[in-house]
Design a protein around this ligand. Structure first.
Ligand code: URA
Length: 474
């Protein structure tokens, strides 16, 4: 057994992995150790430099992005796992990076979890302003990320907070920005030292925000599980309003709701147990094709599965929710009324339909009977998670640089159920090495009776497509 000690970061692992491959070290003969005593700074130095004769392994863009993202997954065995994937790939075993393979599926799952953690970090870090007499940093935040995404998140904030000085402390390290340079440190002691600088006295903006939050909190309409879904409990401690919630909830339970409309919302007994949607899936064999997919039960009532359509080398992917009535009958995406509206929007944005890859987060039509009609029913997150098996494969097969998500379901297929459309519209968000532009679903425009409101929605879709075209051409 060969022990390879590296700094706990991707660059160090990659350099050491290339060396190990050059020496023909099989994955089972390598014991990957990370040195906790490594220098405090990370992100710019690697303990290992690849030796000059290390082989140049060509990996696909997709695999490179997956390895890079999965490297931030919190699991002590990740380096040996990533090495096994790389080893298999280097020996021509391309299945190692396929979601249909055991290792490939694990790799995708890890990368996906990390992307979610990145997304959460952007959404849930809250800076507090410190007393100016204390000097730099002006803003501090405490945050507990699910995975090792501090460096990524810090870069995001460094690019957006101008020259202000700030610090984000986490249980494993801290990121500091002095207005010009970003510094990352991994020392536990340092993190807790800075955590203690977390100001006890909230700043003026925060006081205003708390007053506002208190005023919009309607005890009569309290739905605790929805509240926790939108703002998971584990994030409360980092949010100023988090401190208010327990009191507001308990007031609502204790009678405050009776003075408002007093519906019996949230008064249910029992304890809610949060289960990740994809973990609630029944164990099923991997289907060999979309037609044989039984990963959820939607296939039972659908005419057929509807896969994606368009060139594999399309630079833009349009991601819808699920096939509608006509798509279900024809077996092609976006051929019904929503598709026609989308066609019009694509024309206005100068994005030819034949140059984009069109697909849906869920591949079977979910509906309920209404008279003679089949009415669209929104897929559950569990069905979206089950179907991500196919979406991951499409993402791997197609080289789209930009993904335009149409509606909330498509967005949640990439970022999880906590991602809200309102928070994403008009923003470009990275997803691995791709960019995501979120916009409304064309059916939302179709449902609007008011002509002006409908045109505003269509204009927003056109603007998103236009932006995607622009980004894809870079
Ligand atoms: N709505 C979608 O999201 N996709 C389709 O293919 C059709 C309607």
């Amino acid at each position: 057994m060969r022990v390879i000690a590296i700094d706990d970061d991707f660059d160090a692992w990659r350099a050491a992995a290339l060396d190990a491959l050059a020496q023909g070290l099989a994955p089972e003969s390598v014991d990957w150790r990370t040195s906790q005593a490594a220098p405090a700074l990370f992100g710019d130095t690697a303990a290992h430099a690849a030796s000059a004769d290390a082989p140049q392994i060509r990996v696909s863009r997709e695999l490179a992005a997956l390895l890079k993202d999965a490297a931030h997954f919190r699991d002590a065995r990740r380096w040996s796992f990533l090495y096994r994937v790389l080893w298999r790939w280097a020996r021509g075993d391309r299945a190692a990076a396929s979601p249909a393979d055991e290792d490939g599926a694990r790799l995708y799952k890890m990368a996906k979890a990390v992307r979610r953690a990145q997304h959460d970090m952007i959404a849930y870090v809250r800076f507090r302003q410190r007393d100016a007499s204390l000097g730099a940093p002006e803003y501090v935040a405490w945050y507990e990320p699910d995975h090792d995404v501090l460096a990524w998140g810090a870069e995001h904030f460094a690019a957006r907070m101008g020259r202000s000085t700030w610090l984000i402390a986490t249980p494993d390290g801290a990121a500091m920005f002095d207005g010009e340079r970003l510094q990352l440190e991994r020392r536990r002691a340092l993190a807790s030292e800075h955590a203690s600088q977390h100001p006890d006295t909230p700043d003026a903006a925060e006081a205003l925000w708390m007053t506002y939050y208190r005023s919009i909190f309607n005890p009569a309409r309290l739905n605790e599980s929805a509240l926790e879904q939108h703002m998971p409990v584990r994030f409360w401690k980092g949010l100023p309003e988090g401190a208010l919630i327990p009191q507001l909830v308990s007031d609502a339970r204790g009678g405050a709701r009776r003075v408002a409309q007093a519906p019996r919302v949230g008064a249910l007994g029992g304890k809610a147990v949060q289960v990740e949607a994809n973990e609630a899936q029944p164990e099923r064999d991997a289907p060999t094709s979309l037609d044989t997919c039984r990963r959820c039960d939607l296939w039972r009532n659908a005419t057929q599965a509807v896969g994606g359509a368009g060139p594999a080398d399309a630079r833009i992917m349009l991601l819808g929710e699920q096939p509608g009535d006509q798509e279900d009958l024809k077996g092609e995406p976006f051929v019904g009324p929503a598709g026609q509206l989308l066609d019009g929007a694509m024309q206005r944005a100068g994005v030819p339909r034949e140059q984009v890859y069109l697909t849906n987060a869920v591949k079977h039509f979910k509906w309920e009977p209404r008279g003679k009609r089949r009415l669209h029913k929104t897929p559950a997150q569990q069905e979206v998670e089950a179907c991500s098996y196919w979406l991951d494969q499409e993402l791997q097969r197609t080289g789209a640089r930009v993904i335009v998500t149409l509606g909330a379901t498509a967005l949640s297929a990439l970022f999880g159920r906590r991602a809200t459309l309102s928070a994403h519209i008009g923003r470009v968000v990275p997803y691995g090495d791709r960019l995501v532009v979120a916009t409304y679903h064309p059916s939302y425009a179709l449902r609007q009776n008011d002509e002006a409101a409908r045109e505003r929605t269509v204009a927003a879709i056109v603007a998103a497509l236009d932006q995607a075209r622009e980004l894809a051409s870079k």
